[in-house]
Design a protein around this ligand. Sequence first.
Ligand SMILES: [Zn+2]
Length: 315
Amino acid sequence: MLEMREATPEERERYYKNEWSSKDLPDYILHTLSLREFGFDHKGTGPSDRYNQFMTPDELSDYLRNKYPYAVYSSVALYEKPSERKKWLKSELAFDIDAKDLPFRRCECSEGEVCEVCLEDAKRVTAEFGETLKNNLDLENVSYIYSGRGFHIRVSDDSVMEMGQTGRSQVVEYITGNVVPTDLTLSLGYSKVFRKRTLRTFENLRERDFIDEGLQRNFAEKIMKEKNRVMDLIKKGRLEKIQDFEGIGTTYFKKLLEFLTRLNTEHTDGKVTIDKKRILRVPSSLHSTVSRTCTEIQNIDKFSPDEAAPNFLTE
Ligand SMILES: [Zn+2]
């Protein structure tokens, strides 16, 4: 993978003046540009310049070419008055899957860092969430975006745009597998989503994760020794049989289930999805911390972050 490093102000200027074009904005932003709030981060300290509105793509282009900000954000919401963040009309449903915040990382990245390995894992989680949104919830306008240190999913179907916080939080629970279904064995629907998510979470668990969680070492050892049997039971939806294992019992089974469902939700930042007024990095803008462009992805399975390298990094 190409180097990830901070872009200089000169490189930012070069990017917006020579490489970026408003045509690179995805249609769902281009067509609703004047209804969105824009936020800017000028110094790399966070998007503190908020409440900006642009009436046309050219107006935005002029601004970016003159200011070449450190980062560019826009609201998932459409407003009648975006410059006041008032008269909310509707919002996309968005998911934020950050490689640096995944509950398990197979790599040696330190806090805040990302690498090929954890980005690949975040990509896989993103693809799984997207599949569930499309196949189980029948959503059609599902876009994947590489955001620099992770991925976004943005859904713009009419059926979700007007959803309130409660609806959005239910979607998060469904997609991540946060609730234990009443019937775990159903071959389709949420029951299947839950088994898949829980299986992935359990597969990645190590003994020390149990201990970090405050669960006893001998319990962790027992579960890990029976790893294959537990995985088989999760696949079959027969999780309750785990409490019959010698030395496990109901109390530990409940703790295990709570632990697994909580880890399931930690694959995405649920606060982002629930927040109808959230701003997200604008696709096509530059992520100056890692020198990558925030990129709309056509084929998620084949995507590599190197495809999002700006010219100043590759030339
Ligand atoms: Zn990593």
